[in-house]
Ligand binder design. Structure first.
Ligand code: SER
Length: 317
């Protein structure tokens, strides 16, 4: 198996993707890296502390392990990006360009880079946003994702870099914590429900957003990376979708299991970010091109999280 490098491996998606790739391809085939120190969630295997803005160090790690595939996840998410626009632009753009240039120069076999529903803004259709809707975001994070998608398409067309990408919706898992995103409330809410606390939501009760359970997100990522190159017709980034719900609907789903769960609402600046994004996404292109299917509904996800989170809640909080 070709050796894989994951950047941002200690993040919410990175931890779970690293663990799954190690299970699938063997621990030694997957080099985890992060600007932070290693965490327990990524499992046993090689780890390198790496700042993706440092092109020389990225090159050094790639040489050391003879890396052939890169999952480049290190980035600032939407809410953090609004608070630090300089760092968001620098980290999200320089990091990606460093990886794409390295992939071109070292003839890396395949690169994965995450885009987001945040590429869409008020000009896009709100419900069932099509693949080719106008991408005019009103957030810094969205701007970095639109620019990143164009860089991916450019490096593919001009230099033949096999870079693939998904526009993730909000990702929800119980094995790792998110940080700095607008959709993070949908993870925190389960922790509060299990702790018997009232959840104070930073979005309005009826603010719908596209979401996806982590198990589906990890599967989508690996399926896309394993698809034959000729099946990949979108070289900016694919819409992918699973579920869509409001804070009120996720609270109702939790209440089916924890009947006295209580939620209150205190919208902040993140409500404006959420309001600029689609309510739901049309991902028929991904389903047609490489057979994407999701497995988890809202209630199935709630059931899985409330069953499994108690055993590990303390470890990850
Ligand atoms: N989940 C991300 C965020 O909220 C969107 O890609 O920032």
């Amino acid at each position: 198996m070709a050796t894989i490098l994951i950047t941002g491996a200690c993040g919410q998606l990175g931890s779970e993707l690293t663990a799954e790739l190690r299970k699938k391809y063997g621990s030694d085939s997957v080099v985890a890296s992060d600007v932070r120190e290693a965490n327990d969630q990524i499992g046993e295997g090689p780890f390198e502390q790496l700042d993706v803005m440092d092109a020389r160090r990225l090159d050094e790690v790639t040489e050391k392990y003879n890396i052939r595939i890169i999952y480049h996840l290190a980035a600032l998410l939407s809410a953090s990006a609004e608070k630090n626009i300089d760092l968001a632009w620098k980290l999200n753009m320089d990091g990606l360009l460093n990886v794409l240039k390295l992939a071109r120069d070292k003839q890396i076999d395949r690169v994965f880079w995450p885009s987001s529903i945040a590429v869409f803004g008020p000009d896009a259709k709100k419900d069932g946003t099509p693949q080719n809707s106008p991408a005019n975001p009103t957030t810094v994070y969205g701007i970095t994702k639109v620019a990143g998608e164009q860089w991916c398409a450019y490096f593919h067309k001009k230099f033949g870099v096999d870079v693939r990408s998904l526009r993730y919706p909000g990702l929800i898992g119980y094995k790792s914590l998110p940080g700095g995103g607008t959709t993070d409330y949908a993870v925190d809410i389960y922790h509060k429900a299990l702790a018997g606390e009232t959840f104070n939501c930073f979005l309005e009760r009826d603010s719908a957003l596209p979401m996806m359970y982590m198990e589906d997100a990890v599967k989508a990522t690996i399926d896309l990376m394993e698809a034959d190159s000729e099946k990949i017709t979108v070289r900016t980034s694919y819409n992918v979708s699973a579920i869509s719900f409001t804070p009120e609907q996720i609270a109702a789903s939790i209440r089916q299991k924890i009947s006295d769960f209580d939620i209150s609402y205190e919208p902040d600046y993140r409500q404006d970010i959420a309001a600029s994004w689609p309510d739901s996404i049309d991902d028929s292109q991904a389903r047609a091109d490489w057979g994407w299917r999701h497995a988890f509904s809202l209630d199935k996800m709630t059931d899985d999280i409330l069953t499994n989170l108690p055993a590990i809640a303390e470890k990850i909080s």
